[in-house]
Design a protein around this ligand. Structure first.
Ligand code: 5HY
Length: 236
């Protein structure tokens, strides 16, 4: 089985980390390739970034269909380009936000999302609603660390831990969802510190795609996600 993990931002160090975290959980004989679009924003932290990265996400899935991948992960917590990617893919396409939220739903009464910037909180609430899990999402909180500083800022881990702790208390929740692919490598450590389940969407999404492919399931091509007719595009 081959799974293509698309990091919608163009920060190569983050793509490499996402690939490592994905391969750390993927099953025997599953090939996981982590890629970024050839052009686009270095991080996704606004609606503008989401719009600007989506064409690159769709292009990576389209080329993945030619390259013979069985399924796809969109490794950015806004799940940018998810529905368009599902239209052009035969296999399953899973976004890390959807996978993390649905996985968290198995583990407790409610979950708190801890993300990067405050300005992304609204979008996270919107997608929780669109996935039908807003009743389970007790709160969304920001640690105010820019995505590209998650690895370079020596205080990042501590700030994220504090944000998780105060989220659990403020929301009265019992599960934490990490709101950025760049936090994937902190999952086990945070879970140990917090003594609650902490869900990383990269791992959850890879295993969800693997499960769906093993079940022989792909994106339905009846109706909304039928392959769209490829049409002429004017300009670049
Ligand atoms: C992510 N941005 O997972 C999101 C996190 C965020 O570049 N990768 C990004 O802040 O929404």
């Amino acid at each position: 089985m081959r799974i293509k993990v698309v990091n919608p931002n163009t920060t190569a160090s983050m793509t490499a980390k996402i690939g490592e975290c994905a391969r750390a959980v993927s099953g025997q004989g599953v090939i996981v390739d982590a890629v970024s679009p050839s052009s686009g924003p270095v991080s996704i932290e606004s609606h503008h970034d989401e719009a600007m990265c989506a064409p690159g996400v769709v292009r990576e899935v389209l080329s993945g269909e030619v390259e013979g991948y069985d399924g796809y992960v969109i490794a950015c917590f806004g799940d940018p380009g998810l529905l368009a990617a599902r239209e052009v893919a035969a296999g399953p396409v899973v976004g890390i936000a959807e996978a993390a939220m649905r996985t968290a739903a198995y583990l407790g009464r409610s979950f708190s999302v801890v993300t990067t910037l405050e300005r992304t909180i609204g979008h996270t609430r919107d997608i929780a609603r669109s996935y039908g899990v807003s009743d389970l999402c007790a709160g969304v909180h920001a640690c105010e660390i820019p995505v590209v500083e998650l690895d370079s800022d020596p205080t990042a881990r501590g700030k994220i831990l504090v944000a998780c702790r105060s989220a659990l208390v403020a929301d009265g929740s019992d599960v934490v969802v990490l709101g950025c692919a760049g936090m994937a490598d902190l999952c086990d450590w945070l879970s140990g510190e917090l003594d609650v389940p902490v869900v990383d969407g990269v791992a959850a999404a890879v295993l969800t795609v693997e499960q769906l492919v093993r079940l022989g399931l792909g994106t339905s091509k009846r109706g909304e996600f039928a392959t769209p007719p490829m049409k002429e595009h004017v300009g670049s």
